[in-house]
Design a protein around this ligand. Sequence first.
Ligand SMILES: C[S@@+](CC[C@H](N)C(=O)[O-])C[C@H]1O[C@@H](n2cnc3c(N)ncnc32)[C@H](O)[C@@H]1O
Length: 269
Amino acid sequence: MLLLTALLVLLGVYVLCRWLVPQLVQSNATLALLWYDFLLETALDFITRTSRPQRLLQAVCINAVRGNPDSVIAAIDHFCQNQEWAMNVGDEKGAILDSVVMETSPSTVLELGTYCGYSAVRIMRLLPPATRFITLEMNPDYAAVARQVIQHAGLQDKVCLVEGKSADLIPKMADMFGIRTFDFVFFDHWKDCYLPDIRLLEDCGLLDQGSVVLADNVLCPGAPEYLDYVRSSLRFSSRFYRSHLEYTRVLDGLERSEYLGHRDAQRDQ
Ligand SMILES: C[S@@+](CC[C@H](N)C(=O)[O-])C[C@H]1O[C@@H](n2cnc3c(N)ncnc32)[C@H](O)[C@@H]1O
């Protein structure tokens, strides 16, 4: 009897966590982030004694074909849709990212926020080997997983992953890599870094006329000060792409901001 009760309780908890709560939080930004990004992750980390990036890597190793970036992306999307949410740009916004990358056709790319390497693989699978691609990640555990994901995709020679904080590394880009300007920059790190970092990129002269900065999650979790800045600045021409928070129905989007060059005559800041 006790065993049966315990089994029923376990079954109830499983149904609750697997279907009911995900349905309830699907369209609410605060609840979705609280559930997926905090409660569920903390609980699964505790139960499995592994981290979410490690579980994601395991799914890649089991389900993705070595040397095939598309299958790595598909394996991660499948894992996040069916097993566990993760903060990759995801499939829906990923398609917008793909189209902006292809229309920009960059030869130098900077990504801020690597996490497990999903967007790095997504971007670099579209670009020729000669493209300079640098991605920055401040969490060494995430960086270690990302290296293995990128290696599984066969892109290790095309992607340069640097560990450290964007604020420390952006001013060193020219010295470390001899890169004068970036044609394409993907902002996908902590949202309160967006505004200081776009200013830093400008101050360091790393944006050229025609450089494109694409910022993820501008609505959820949101980067309102950044949006105000790029939308009101005469140095940028900005456009919003409406979408949803990765793997949910919560409203989110990407902001594409093209640098128009420094406008002394139209000083606006
Ligand atoms: C949303 S995740 C990136 C997702 C990744 N771009 C993708 O789509 O696969 C944000 C990542 O940025 C990293 N991060 C946050 N602030 C950072 C900073 N200032 N410098 C470097 N990395 C940062 C976090 O550790 C985290 O791994």
